[in-house]
Design a protein around this ligand. Structure first.
Ligand SMILES: Cc1cc2nc3c(=O)[nH]c(=O)nc-3n(C[C@H](O)[C@H](O)[C@H](O)COP(=O)(O)O)c2cc1C
Length: 196
């Protein structure tokens, strides 16, 4: 369910308008570092007047892309029947997609990668074109260890014609360790709040 903190009026048309920000948590640890970072960005976005929603990918059944190429034809829809059926409309509705994943073996978690693989329908339909993205990554080793993961996301966003408008690579290992890093949480909050 989208949560709206307050409305913003567009000065151009005088209509009520707000940005929809969808947070995707790709960690199995609920209340863990990724979860907290995504929540901080969403709280910031909420404080900035935007609509927010957070989805934990581990709550969704996501099958692997089978490369059937069905999404390249007709109405460009994925043929697989799983939890993505509910996630696809949310991805399309959102103006900003916040991707949160812990670093697992220098890449994303397998669950996050399953979801990214399933973005293939959008290569042809271009329904994600122009959306903003954010990338939030906690890891034991910190930012220097995240270059392969960041490269994968940057190239994928570019391919889908989405814009990377902020990233946070945080050193944190123990469960909920970012709670002890108020500067990092403030930074995440500010990233969300300054979204337009
Ligand atoms: C299977 C697995 C692989 C991991 N691989 C790395 C890694 O390559 N580099 C690293 O710095 N941290 C690695 N970590 C540590 C996590 O990135 C780190 O604990 C992170 O804070 C977990 O985030 P979470 O609380 O959101 O799950 C790994 C953890 C697990 C469970």
């Amino acid at each position: 369910m989208w949560l709206r903190f307050k409305w913003i009026s567009t000065q151009l048309v005088g209509e009520e308008y707000s940005v929809k920000v969808l947070g995707l948590v790709g960690s199995p640890r609920k209340g863990g570092n990724t979860d907290l970072l995504v929540s901080a960005v969403l709280y910031g976005a909420g404080a900035g007047g935007h609509e927010i929603e957070k989805i934990n990918l581990y709550d969704i059944d996501i099958l692997p892309c089978m490369d059937c190429k069905g999404c390249k034809k007709g109405n460009f829809q994925c043929a697989l029947k799983d939890g993505m059926k509910k996630l696809y409309p949310k991805l399309e509705e959102a103006d900003v997609l916040v991707f949160g994943t812990p670093l697992y073996w220098y890449g994303s978690t397998a669950k996050m990668k399953l979801m990214v693989d399933r973005l293939r329908p959008y290569v042809a339909s271009k329904k994600l074109k122009g959306k903003k993205t954010m990338l939030l990554v906690p890891s034991e080793e910190g930012a220097d260890a995240c270059s392969c993961l960041v490269c994968m996301f940057e190239l994928s966003f570019k391919y889908l014609e989405m814009e990377l408008s902020g990233k946070l690579l945080v050193q944190a290992s123990e469960r909920a360790e970012v709670k002890n890093q108020p500067k990092v949480l403030d930074e995440a909050f500010a990233l969300g709040k300054t979204l337009t």
